[in-house]
Design a protein around this ligand. Structure first.
Ligand SMILES: *[C@@H]1O[C@H](CO)[C@@H](O)[C@H](O)[C@H]1NC(C)=O
Ligand SMILES: *[C@@H]1O[C@H](CO)[C@@H](O)[C@H](O)[C@H]1NC(C)=O
Ligand SMILES: *[C@@H]1O[C@H](CO)[C@@H](O)[C@H](O)[C@H]1NC(C)=O
Ligand SMILES: *[C@@H]1O[C@H](CO)[C@@H](O)[C@H](O)[C@H]1NC(C)=O
Ligand SMILES: *[C@@H]1O[C@H](CO)[C@@H](O)[C@H](O)[C@H]1NC(C)=O
Length: 205
């Protein structure tokens, strides 16, 4: 069973079938095989293109994102590129907070220096039609690998209102996968969810 369906099953077992009916269909692609995965979702009262733009507008992350404090497209000299529009093949530098900062945050919110993580990752997929984007990390020795898919999709809620379902899932694998899981799974999960919640707050403000 996929982590997403396991999670949904857990919800149903805990709170009854009404939650299942309210849970929109997932728009996440198949995960890579991994040691563990984390999933965050939110339901946002906005339109799908606005939400999609918010995911891809990395320059805006410092203004609202309590998890990823900056995500920069790099040029061939590993410096921030003049054009920050990500494309397939972009190399990006991600500076994040695990666990997340309390929110709301803005561009001048100071980091918690103990919890800063910096990774260099590659954008492998940007699918505008289905609003799915993936970036991934592969250490040179393949000791740790990670992928993150993010997607938004429209659905009609119980009140017949069109809303946006945001989903983001990280999968971790490699020789260090279980170490990362033991040390950080809980904090990574709260970071992913903080981004989902902050995106909702920001887009609904
Ligand atoms: C995951 O592993 C299973 C069994 O090892 C394999 O059949 C499947 O193709 C793998 N999936 C991916 C996406 O690599
Ligand atoms: C991206 O975010 C920045 C900073 O919040 C904002 O100035 C800019 O207009 C946004 N770009 C797009 C395409 O929405
Ligand atoms: C930015 O966030 C900090 C807390 O991190 C807060 O003290 C400050 O007032 C905020 N600034 C603006 C302009 O909202
Ligand atoms: C990431 O992209 C860079 C530049 O395109 C490439 O040199 C590198 O091999 C890619 N890394 C992986 C792990 O595919
Ligand atoms: C839901 O909305 C659609 C179009 O906005 C309308 O045609 C339909 O009758 C509505 N259904 C209900 C149950 O309100």
């Amino acid at each position: 069973m996929s982590p997403a369906s396991t999670l949904r099953l857990a919800f149903v077992l805990c709170t009854g079938a009404a939650v299942l009916a309210a849970s929109p269909p997932s728009n996440l692609p198949e995960p890579m095989n991994g040691t563990f995965s984390v999933l965050a979702t939110s339901i946002i009262d906005t339109d799908v293109e606005t939400a999609w733009n918010s995911i891809l507008n990395f320059s805006g992350y410092p203004d609202w994102n309590p998890f990823v404090r900056s995500q920069e497209v790099l040029n061939e000299w590993s410096a921030p590129a003049d054009d920050q529009t990500p494309v397939v093949g972009s190399v990006i530098r991600i500076t994040s907070q695990i666990p997340p900062l309390p929110f709301p945050v803005n561009a001048s919110t100071p980091p918690n220096i103990l919890n800063i993580r910096i990774t260099t990752e590659n954008v492998s997929h940007i699918l505008p039609e289905t609003h799915q984007v993936r970036w991934y990390l592969l250490s040179i020795d393949e000791i740790i690998a990670a992928e993150r898919w993010s997607t938004v999709s429209e659905f009609v809620d119980d009140d017949n209102k069109t809303k946006v379902f945001y989903e983001s899932r990280g999968v971790y694998s490699g020789a260090l996968g279980s170490t990362v899981q033991a040390l950080l799974e809980k904090d990574i999960t709260s970071s992913f969810q903080a981004q989902a919640d902050a995106m909702k707050l920001t887009l609904e403000a």
